[in-house]
Design a protein around this ligand. Structure first.
Ligand code: ZN
Length: 260
């Protein structure tokens, strides 16, 4: 059995989930899940641009935007300089822009950047470290449903830390692999998506990557989308077993607030 190392803390990993031809390993120390072998940056770039002309799902509807904003708004001044990292089609960036903030955006998909620019937002194409924003340029970086796609999340977090002002906020939404539901459905969980979701976090791995990249953890809330009542959660839980698809619930994730 091949031994491999965690890309965040460097400790030993072991295979945990097999899906299609991919194997997801769990770090025995920080409990990060990483896909092995990890796709190269060239393969990632190809996937989001040439192969599929990737366009992100429009998950940022009114209710979801309001939900995220309820966590983010305590950290926003009247006109805050915000970077939306991995902006998708630009709906959340547009929401923040419409609330009066000074918003820029980054995405590695050309289609997503074009879509975001249609809202009148300055959107940059490419990997964050290649764009090389000046040090301490942003008050807030938002990164919704993105960190699970990163082949080298630690260097990305360090770059975010570099471009944030002192006291700046890194606001993240990501799936949580050890939530109740994914523990039950295992490899059938929607967020095990080989080639796209290459790293999956839990509280321990968020704490580890935050520490290694110079952030302090202000809060982690176990929720990915808007609040649903318990009865709706139970329906989400039962439905996939009946329909055989969409194995996820609104509670299979985390909203994370880090401070530089
Ligand atoms: Zn680790």
């Amino acid at each position: 059995m091949c031994k491999s190392k965690c890309i965040v803390c460097g400790n030993i990993t072991r295979p945990r989930i097999k899906k299609d031809n991919a194997v997801y390993h769990e770090c025995l120390s920080c409990h990060l899940i990483q896909e092995l072998p990890m796709p190269s940056l060239n393969i990632v770039d190809d996937f989001y641009n040439t192969e599929t002309d990737f366009v992100a799902d429009d998950t940022f509807t009114g209710k979801t935007n309001d939900f995220y904003f309820s966590f983010l708004s305590p950290f926003l001044a009247r006109r805050t300089h915000i970077l939306d990292l991995g902006c998708g089609t630009g709906m959340f960036a547009d929401f923040l822009h419409s609330a009066g903030h000074d918003v820029e955006a980054v995405d590695i998909s050309r289609k997503n950047v074009e879509s975001t620019m249609r809202y009148g937002i300055k959107a940059h194409l490419g990997f964050l470290n290649k764009i090389a924003f000046p040090e301490a340029s942003f008050d807030v970086v938002v990164c919704m449903q993105v960190i699970e796609h990163l082949v080298d999340p630690l260097s990305e977090f360090r770059e975010v830390n570099r471009i944030l002002k002192h006291g700046g906020i890194f606001f993240i939404g990501t799936p949580k692999w050890d939530a109740f539901f994914p523990r039950i459905v295992k490899s059938r969980w929607k967020y095990y998506l080989p080639g796209q979701h290459v790293t999956l976090f839990n509280h321990d791995s968020i704490n580890m990557i935050a520490e290694k990249s110079g952030f302090s953890v202000k809060s982690i809330t176990d929720r990915l989308y808007e609040n649903t009542g318990f009865s709706k959660y139970i329906r989400q839980f039962i439905k996939p077993f009946l329909t055989g698809k969409g194995f996820s619930t609104t509670r299979d994730g985390m909203i994370i607030v880090l401070e530089k």
